[in-house]
Ligand binder design. Sequence first.
Ligand code: GLN
Length: 199
Amino acid sequence: MTPEVTVGVLALQGDVREHMQRLRELSVTAVAVTSPQQLGDINGLVLPGGESTTMSILARREGFLDPLREYRSAGGPCFGSCAGLIMLADELIDGRPDQQTIGGLSISVRRNAFGRQVDSFETIVEMPALGPDPYPAVFIRAPWVETVAENVEILAINDKTGAIIAVRQESVLAVSFHPELTDDLRLHRYFVDIITEQM
Ligand code: GLN
């Protein structure tokens, strides 16, 4: 039996509602995390897509940066999509000069690597960790993963560019695209499985 899982969605900015909806479709309790105290009451945290520069400013202003870093260094499971991937990266290329990330994922990420808003696209990606069927992926001013440390597992590569677009390092999962904008629930389920393995 799956244990009761509560997943928080960092609600500073971005696709909060969409992630909560996907989690609820999996019968997981989803809560919008609007204050750092809530980080103590969740089993996993989603960092949504949106705009990482704005998220960084709001995280600092709302006193979230250190609590998020502590949550992560205590091994708290995280799932970042697009801007959320940027927030989790230890190293950021093409960020704003004062842009801060939470870190915790031993990768370098290039912001807006696939181009501008007009270069947004939808495609399918092979992701063997999710099974044999390809996964539909929506890319919106997406980052890519430029380098990974040895202990980071590469889950998917964009076949056109050869860029790394999905990674996992222990209990951290991060993707360049927006799983919250499709109705394929496999990536959210994969994250919930990461959480339950740890419980
Ligand atoms: N380009 C955005 C950023 O830097 C990410 C885009 C997205 O999350 N759709 O945060």
